[in-house]
Design a binder for this molecule. Structure first.
Ligand SMILES: [Zn+2]
Length: 63
């Protein structure tokens, strides 16, 4: 599933997998660091999934 471009500034959105002491998580946000859109985070489940779910949520977020 493709990410929609940012609804605020029109730049491409990005989804990264990051890691902290709690484990892995997805970070979805705008690729423009000056943008007002805040990044949103999803824990990465043990089963693989949801880059797709994360993308789905991002795409619905600003409707
Ligand atoms: Zn943006």
């Amino acid at each position: 599933m493709d990410l929609r471009h940012c609804p605020f500034c029109g730049k491409p959105a990005q989804c990264k997998v990051e890691e902290d002491h709690h484990g892995n998580f997805y970070s979805l946000g705008c690729s423009n660091s000056d943008c007002v859109a805040h990044e949103i985070y999803y824990a990465v489940p043990e089963e693989d999934l949801p880059m797709e779910q994360a993308a789905f949520n991002w795409n619905r977020r600003f409707i």
